[in-house]
Design a protein around this ligand. Structure first.
Ligand SMILES: [Zn+2]
Length: 482
């Protein structure tokens, strides 16, 4: 296994609010970044914000502020969100930064030199919500004619102008070859199969520019004053612009060429990340991404899309307020399904918190340290090489957390079976031995949860080192009104 890991989230579009789905994406990326660092690897962890495109242009007009003002606010909101979630990113890229814009232009130029960009008149249907061209087969019949299923409240726009195109259709064979490689590209397999059949169905060249006179909020197309770049074509380049690809920085070689590259995204990004972006990389002669990991959606408790009022965003704020950041990190690692959709409600969250954190790890830590300090048991020092989270090497978040709770369950059972709290009255030596064993295992639990719950890790290590139960419970019991 290589020692250099490059990890990136997608860049959220600054128009939106941070929600549970993105929280899951960025927390999982962070868990892997921490995991690979602990394993001794060099890690570069990228996140940031996507700040061009028509949607922002229109919204700024609506609000009567400059687009720059709008994107500055939006970007700060996502940066604060990442910091609140304790995300250990190495870089926060903004696609309106000069360094990114320069790289995107260079990317365009190389693509053009290699013969993959051409100009033509075209007409298309376009969803501003997705910032994507739409075929009739992508759309649904609604009250106002054809609608985007993700944005039923927005009108489908008809674009009719001369644009630059990316010759996506030339990459069918190379993409299929890439998917067919032994190690594959997309995790899980069923998503890889999905993208494979999409590509087999035939690729359409897509427009990568907009007329500046209609929509000026974009990166200028090199050598043509009348056009700006299409937002996706610019934004995807962030994954390498942040490494200084265009100016030959050694970081690029170290991480993109020689390292293992990992991207994480929601299932609505499957085509963009595992087909569009991979074709763009091939077009400029760069190595493809090694792994594209696809999350499912988080739905309401009935499995339907979460409503605004129940609120994906509201839920995140509420959880952070009441339960704290480690509880949210725990939930996204263990209870949000690795790849399938997950049903969510505050009650489901509360249940998981109470059962596994309050009555699980929190209670176990208290009991063991309470006994060991009151029985005068010698503290156990941090054992060598306890860190072992094999499941994370294959990006199995659920599996990794289940291994932790298997151990927690065994420790609870051991306390019940051996009853050191009784033994201490008749055979204190045997009770002390039981506690020594439990303290060693508690270290192991702490080391395992370290990438997932970094604050809890520090509290546990502190308590173990002092050989005293934590002053405050690790996870306070919380009452919710029904
Ligand atoms: Zn849409």
């Amino acid at each position: 296994m290589t020692q250099n890991f490059y990890i990136t989230t997608t860049l959220p579009y600054v128009n939106g609010e941070p929600h549970l789905g993105f929280a899951t994406e960025i927390i999982r990326a962070d868990i892997l970044a921490r995991h690979f660092r602990t394993r001794g690897g060099k890690v570069f962890f990228n996140t940031g914000t996507d700040e061009h495109g028509q949607k922002l242009f229109l919204k700024a007009q609506e609000q009567g502020i400059s687009v720059k003002e709008l994107v500055d606010q939006g970007s700060q909101r996502f940066k604060d969100f990442a910091d609140t979630l304790n995300i250990s990113y190495d870089a926060f890229v903004r696609t309106t930064n000069k360094t990114h814009m320069r790289a995107a232009q260079k990317f365009w130029e190389v693509c053009d030199e290699n013969g993959y960009i051409y100009k033509k008149n075209y007409q298309t249907k376009y969803c501003i919500g997705c910032e994507l061209e739409k075929q009739d087969s992508d759309l649904e019949e609604g009250e106002q004619g054809l609608q985007c299923p993700i944005h039923p409240h927005m009108n489908i726009e008809i674009i009719d102008e001369e644009n630059y195109f990316f010759a996506f259709s030339k990459f069918e064979d190379q993409l299929l070859e890439l998917y067919a490689k032994d190690e594959g590209l997309v995790v899980p397999d069923f998503r890889q199969n999905e993208i494979e059949s999409f590509v087999k169905g035939g690729l359409q060249d897509f427009s990568i520019s907009r007329l500046k006179e209609k929509m000026s909020w974009g990166i200028p197309v090199p050598g043509d004053d009348e056009h700006v770049m299409y937002v996706w074509f610019d934004a995807l380049v962030n994954y390498i612009s942040i490494l200084g690809w265009d100016i030959g920085q050694s970081m690029f070689d170290l991480y993109w060429k020689e390292g293992e590259t990992f991207q994480i995204c929601g299932k609505d990004n499957l085509r963009q990340q595992s087909a569009m972006w991979q074709a763009m990389l091939i077009a400029v002669g760069l190595p493809h991404t090694d792994k594209v990991y696809i999350n499912g959606f988080i739905n309401g408790p009935d499995g339907k899309k979460m409503s605004k009022s129940l609120g994906n965003t509201v839920a995140v704020d509420y959880i952070l307020d009441i339960y704290g950041v480690d509880a949210l990190r725990y939930f996204t690692a263990r209870h949000v399904n690795n790849h399938e959709d997950t049903n969510f409600s505050i009650e489901i969250f509360h249940e998981a918190y109470q059962a596994n954190l309050v009555n699980g790890i929190g209670n176990l830590t208290n009991r063991i340290l309470q006994m060991s300090s009151s029985y005068g048991v010698e503290p156990v020092m941090r054992p060598e090489s306890q860190y072992n989270n094999e499941a994370l090497d294959s990006y199995d978040f659920n599996g990794m957390m289940n291994a932790v709770f298997k151990l927690v369950g065994e420790m609870d059972q051991f306390i019940t079976d051996e009853a050191p709290f009784k033994k201490v009255k008749t055979d204190p030596e045997a009770a002390a031995q039981d506690l020594q064993k439990l303290l060693g295992q508690l270290w192991q639990v702490a080391e395992m949860i370290k990438p997932v719950m970094p604050d809890t890790y520090i509290k546990m290590v502190d308590a173990l080192a002092k050989n005293e139960k934590p002053e405050e419970p690790l996870f306070p019991r919380i009452e919710i009104s029904k």
